[in-house]
Design a binder for this molecule. Sequence first.
Ligand SMILES: NC(=O)c1ccc[n+]([C@@H]2O[C@H](COP(=O)([O-])OP(=O)(O)OC[C@H]3O[C@@H](n4cnc5c(N)ncnc54)[C@H](O)[C@@H]3O)[C@@H](O)[C@H]2O)c1
Ligand SMILES: [Fe+2]
Length: 385
Amino acid sequence: MNHFQVKTIVHFGADALTSLQRIENKRILVVTDPFMIKSGMIEKVKQQLEEKNEHITIFHNIVPDPPLENIVNGVQIMSAADPDIVIALGGGSAIDAAKAICLFKNRMNQKETVAKEVTFIAVPTTSGTGSEVTNFSVVTDSSKNVKYPLVSDEMLPTEAILDPELVKTVPPFITADTGIDVLTHALEAYVSTLSSDFTDAFSEKAIRLVFAYLEKSFRNGEDHLAREKMHNASCIAGLAFNATSLGISHSMAHIIGAKFHISHGRSNGIVLPYVIEYNANIKGYTDRNFSMAASKYADIAKLLNLPSSDTRNGVKNLILAVKKLRKELGMPASLKEAGVKKEEFYRELDNLVEVAMQDKCTITNPRTPSVKEIKSLFEQAYVGK
Ligand SMILES: NC(=O)c1ccc[n+]([C@@H]2O[C@H](COP(=O)([O-])OP(=O)(O)OC[C@H]3O[C@@H](n4cnc5c(N)ncnc54)[C@H](O)[C@@H]3O)[C@@H](O)[C@H]2O)c1
Ligand SMILES: [Fe+2]
């Protein structure tokens, strides 16, 4: 038996932010990053709330790849604010930090006699992580340069608000990085060992939307339709991987991001083509026993109208299409191109491999990697080809 469940209520489309106007007489904590204050984006949220709610606390210290100190600080602020509602406003970093803050606060409350039920509303301002509908949160231990994916259904947001107006200010390079993250989520969910007809439906739609609208959003941030579609794609891919988890692109990207401070989506973009090739595992030209992953990648090639006369051809063209999209978006094709020095890479390599092997996302990868295989994937990602 299997099951598929969506907990989060998703408000989407033009003016989705006005759904906040329903909130009355509540204590509210907004968790966000400094950019939201500097850019004035926070005002758009406050405008919806201020008339009917007296107690609004803003915690705006979240930095990209939120470190544990951000979480500890946030728990203290949450204890003082005692909110009924937590609103996370920002990219994956702000949403993940807010989730982790609520999780740790909740664990502390469980030691008390009466635990307070807090409503969590996620308002993403990037179209990438899908964190607004997932039970994942990625926090960073900066002292060890390691990222930890936390997984708990307690962190599933109660509501998500997908307002395309909020993503129009995302600069082209972040649009590219976050968009490739969406593609990686959808592709990894599609071939995950936990994929099902239900999650495949979400993955397929997200992949189609990325190929149709990511480049348009990158070229013209004001393209409302493209922004709206990418925002939806991000959330839809999140719905898929919340049920399936991810694969070794993410295992590798997590440690690449933590060690070399390359953004999450960019790290995924570098490793993704090699991971597709590895998972498909197409050997000699005469072999006709294709893996399930190979067949599914070929199905995606067909869905995208790429030449796919057979499975081998479909996989090859999907890899080429991913590389082409990455190039159009001006993204680096290797760790070397992303600025990682050779000595640094080889000094860290054994540790990269060890951490990626232990990452939770490795468990659901369609092919179980050996240490040697992961090492080879990192080496390919270093030089690119
Ligand atoms: N929880 C999950 O399911 C999940 C999945 C994938 C990745 N992640 C994690 O999420 C984090 C990455 O999140 P992200 O890619 O959304 O980036 P981010 O939240 O780190 O933001 C990147 C930068 O974009 C800026 N930004 C955000 N919104 C903007 C806007 N509207 N206009 C202009 N600038 C804006 C931020 O201020 C920041 O400087 C990583 O820590 C990654 O590990 C989580
Ligand atoms: Fe991701």
